[in-house]
Design a protein around this ligand. Structure first.
Ligand code: BGC
Ligand code: BGC
Length: 853
């Protein structure tokens, strides 16, 4: 394949977003480097990047923050600064993660802030008691203020992004995508207030919310963190959420009892990346940055937001953490943001020329506080040096420290005292209190969007209902990412003491209306139901791990269940849980009613409130939710947004039925088409994907490219032929003679999979043993070979095996320049058939197969 095309494909697919421009994996001669068009092109692009039109701050809105500077605070800031040593000032601008810093170190390095990242919690226990959180908050506070109590108190930031979501027992609200569908700014403010109160119970100071991204490409794994693809809702919500969290600016409530500091993130363009690739490049004009991606900032500033987080994404090839024009000239100087700018998790380390421990460029660009979770110590030391040697001016250090101190003073940190002594601290009954849960349940009701209804909804009083699907009684699928753990995996029902699953809510409501509900995940039953409700959807995910190649829902299980009911003439209602709109035409066709329920959080009972008619005959609540994201009509309609020129969605932005509507739908097309760049697959349908070429290699003779239906190595040790699994010739049969070692491999231009490694992705292979193993088969990446799992499997049956990229990396595989992402090797006589190989998720931390001897 033409290199240029391949590069474009890789870039678009997300897999090769970090495609190395270097050569590696073979010919490294200078000539080969010189001829590498990818490298050349990358250099050219770099050149273009430096020539982008200068930012014009004057075209951005000027906003008036209600939180103006007042002499009392300004004088205090100056007094503090005048008494602080250089080291103390540097400490203020550094934030460490509680998994990598002790209270003693906070004291020693005068750190200004700590955070708990998505996978960090007191004592390393994601299920720690609220008391442990409070105790740790006290410990950090004591350390920062010192024995004599004169030190500057630390502030603790957390990702309370849908409620105080790192805490067992907290009220978990629907993720922002569901709140967007509710289109109710008053509700948003109330949610902010509840969240702030629950944070205050544990003595923390600050939340990294709201996300005011305006996601444009639904392949992005963070789509659900955005309220809407449309700037209007984002703008209407941002300020209200800030007010809910911080309190009404200009009143005593502001940053007072039960309130916390809020963050608008990620500035700027986080939701606009090409291909929906996390941390990618946002291609947009300056006006689009302002009008689409910047929509949330004016209203947040008007509400007095006190911090903003820089985005991991780039614009014109430059990482936002280093973009002075946008961070300083636009956000601070033009838009009047007067809080402090915090970085994202080691995000400064991605700026060209920087490392996590060393990045004066970001600081000079306007980043006031570095989020340096595990890199804080080295960073601190370098910052001290850089101020001393003038790389960073003292004035800039003073400015950043002043911005942070100003916010701390507005928050009244010096008067607030020990976290456990503050109002509401330790009121653990407030966590998941009935009042708080009622707000979340209201949000669930309002977030539901009815996409189809031929009349089966509402469920009639007295009905016998079968509740099926693997998400029906499943807190993990209901709550999604950023819940107790970063990716939302590994949680159990017991981790949610204050919660109802969707099934639990249905059971209660149906029972109250005189009917019966039976739970049967696979849909099997003894007594024929009047109606079935199937709850299904996406597994939990967060940043990066949730990035996809297309918007096909793709899980065949639920469709089978739905069709099973359809064939038996049982009316069926789909309740779909997802972090984004997905192509579900087959599922829509196989359902009599279809409800998009997003990621509702702990209050699953809100679903039944709307779906089930009460004894009198009507449901207590009608549907009011409307799509805040366009629903696709094809699996490759990944970037369709309201206002597009050729707007041909399945369901338009704003769509949503009520009980009064005729909600029947004609049969939808089930033709499945995705373009090559959206598959992200190494091997499928009998051949290499995305430019990967099938090869056979043996010890004797040259490697052989496989371009024909059959092929073999020169010495005949390995023979390949095509065979059928799901379709004609969609698989390859590999037969090793056992006379000499030989390999099947996929090879191509090297790609950089370090990010994929970081995201704990796995190489997954679908294969079948055609005869009992005659000796070990190895699976490899590059020249690292591990034992292929599943060799004791059943002969004649396909199985999927997944080997984490980390397993290959641990043995030395170079994932930053991977030219052979799949090798299957054997020296013994064996026969297997391979149908698919791709990168996919696997169980976090799953064991590695042993390395080949
Ligand atoms: C995310 C931020 C988050 C931070 C701290 C980052 O990876 O992008 O949204 O606030 O981690 O957990
Ligand atoms: C942390 C998250 C963070 C992410 C960034 C995780 O280990 O828990 O908070 O956002 O790393 O890559």
């Amino acid at each position: 394949m033409d290199v240029k095309i391949k590069r474009a494909l890789l870039l678009a697919s997300g897999l090769g977003a970090l495609l190395t421009a270097g050569c590696g994996g073979g010919d490294e001669s200078p000539d080969a480097m010189g001829e590498n068009p990818a490298a050349q092109e990358a250099t050219e692009q770099q050149a273009d990047a430096n020539e982008y039109p200068p930012i014009r701050p004057e075209i951005w809105p000027q906003v008036q923050s209600p939180v103006q500077r007042v002499p009392a605070i300004e004088n205090e800031v100056q007094r503090l600064l005048s008494e602080m040593t250089l080291e103390e000032k540097v400490g203020q601008v550094v934030q460490a993660d509680i998994a990598s810093v002790t209270p003693e170190e906070v004291a020693e390095y005068h750190l200004g802030s700590v955070l708990n990242g998505g996978n960090s919690a007191p004592g390393g226990d994601l299920r720690a008691d609220p008391q442990d959180w409070l105790d740790l908050a006290d410990a950090f506070w004591r350390a920062s203020t010192g024995e004599d109590g004169t030190g500057i108190p630390v502030i603790w930031g957390t990702d309370a992004v849908h409620g105080h979501s790192n805490l067992v027992g907290a009220t978990i609200f629907p993720h922002n995508i569901g709140l967007g569908a509710a289109n109710d700014p008053d509700l948003i403010e109330r949610i902010g207030a509840v969240t702030a109160l629950e944070i205050a119970v544990t003595g923390l100071d600050w939340t990294f919310a709201p996300t005011v991204a305006t996601p444009q490409d639904d392949r992005w794994g963070r789509t659900y963190e955005g309220y809407s693809e449309g700037p209007d809702i984002v703008s209407a919500y941002a300020g209200r959420m800030v007010t809910g969290l911080q309190g009404e600016a200009g009143t005593d409530e502001f940053l007072g009892a039960g309130k916390v500091i809020s963050t608008t993130k990620h500035f700027l363009g986080d939701g606009g990346t090409e291909g929906g690739v996390d941390q990618g490049e946002t291609i947009a004009t300056e006006e689009e940055l302002r009008d689409i991606h910047g929509a949330g900032y004016p209203s947040a500033i008007e509400a007095g937001v006190q911090s903003a987080m820089a985005s991991y994404s780039s614009w014109h090839g430059e990482k936002m953490h280093g973009n002075k024009a946008l961070l300083t000239d636009v956000l601070v100087d033009q838009m009047g943001f007067d809080g402090f700018v915090v970085g994202d998790w080691n995000g400064h380390g991605q700026v060209a020329g920087c490392e996590a421990t060393d990045c004066p460029k970001a600081f000079n660009a306007g980043l006031d506080m570095f989020m340096a979770p595990d890199s804080w110590k080295g960073l601190y030391e370098n910052l001290v040096k850089q101020v001393k040697d003038g790389t960073i001016s003292e004035a800039r250090l003073n400015e950043a420290a002043a911005r942070i101190l100003r916010v701390k003073l507005r928050y009244g940190i010096f008067d607030k005292g020990l976290p456990s002594t503050r109002p509401n601290a330790g009121d653990f009954d407030l966590l998941g209190s009935p009042e708080h849960r009622e707000v979340a349940r209201e949000a669930v009701r309002k977030s539901l969007v009815l996409l189809k209804n031929d009349g089966v909804l509402p469920i009639e009083p007295g009905a016998r209902v079968l509740v099926a699907g693997d998400a029906a009684d499943n807190m993990v699928k209901q709550t999604g990412g950023w819940t107790l753990s970063w990716q939302g995996e590994g949680n159990t029902r017991e981790d949610f003491p204050n919660a109802d699953t969707i099934y639990e809510g249905l059971e209660a409501a149906i029972g109250e209306a005189g009917g019966t509900a039976v739970l049967s995940e696979d849909g099997s039953f003894e007594e024929r139901p009047d109606v079935a409700i199937v709850v299904f959807g996406e597994p939990p995910y967060a940043e990066f791990r949730g990035d996809r190649m297309n918007v096909d829902f793709a899980d065949p299980g639920p469709l089978e269940t739905l069709r099973g009911f359809q064939e038996q003439g049982i009316p069926v209602v789909s309740v779909f849980l997802s972090g984004r709109p997905l192509w579900v035409n087959p599922e829509l066709n196989a359902s009599n009613a279809f409800v998009a329920a997003w990621l509702p959080g702990t209050e699953g009972a809100g679903v039944a409130d709307v779906l089930v008619a009460q004894a009198g005959g009507e449901a207590a609540y009608d549907f009011t939710g409307k799509l805040s994201f366009t629903w696709p009509k094809a699996p490759d309609q990944t970037r369709i947004n309201v206002g597009d020129e050729d707007y041909e969605p399945l369901f338009a932005y704003g769509y949503g039925l009520t009980y009064g509507d005729d909600g029947s739908l004609d049969l939808l097309s089930e033709d499945y088409e995705v373009s090559e760049e959206q598959t992200g697959v190494i091997f499928a349908e009998g051949g290499g994907e995305e430019g990967w070429q099938m090869m056979l290699a043996s010890e004797e003779g040259e490697p052989v490219e496989v371009n024909d239906p059959t092929a073999q190595t020169e010495d005949g040790a390995l023979k390949l032929s095509h065979t059928d699994r799901r379709a004609q010739e969609d698989s390859v049969k590999l037969e090793w003679s056992g006379d000499a070692p030989a390999s099947f491999m996929m090879s191509g231009e090297p790609v950089n999979w370090s990010r994929e490694l970081n995201g704990d992705l796995a190489l997954t292979v679908d294969y079948r043993l055609d005869e009992a193993s005659g000796g070990p088969i190895r699976v490899g990446m590059g020249d690292v070979l591990l034992e292929l799992p599943g060799q004791d499997g059943t002969v004649g049956e396909f199985q999927t095996v997944a080997i984490r990229l980390a397993c290959f990396a641990d043995e030395g595989a170079e994932l930053q320049a991977m030219a052979t992402p799949l090798v299957l090797q054997s020296a013994a006589a064996n026969a297997i058939t391979v149908s698919d190989a791709k990168l996919g998720p696997t169980e976090n931390g799953a064991a590695c197969p042993p390395a080949a001897e």
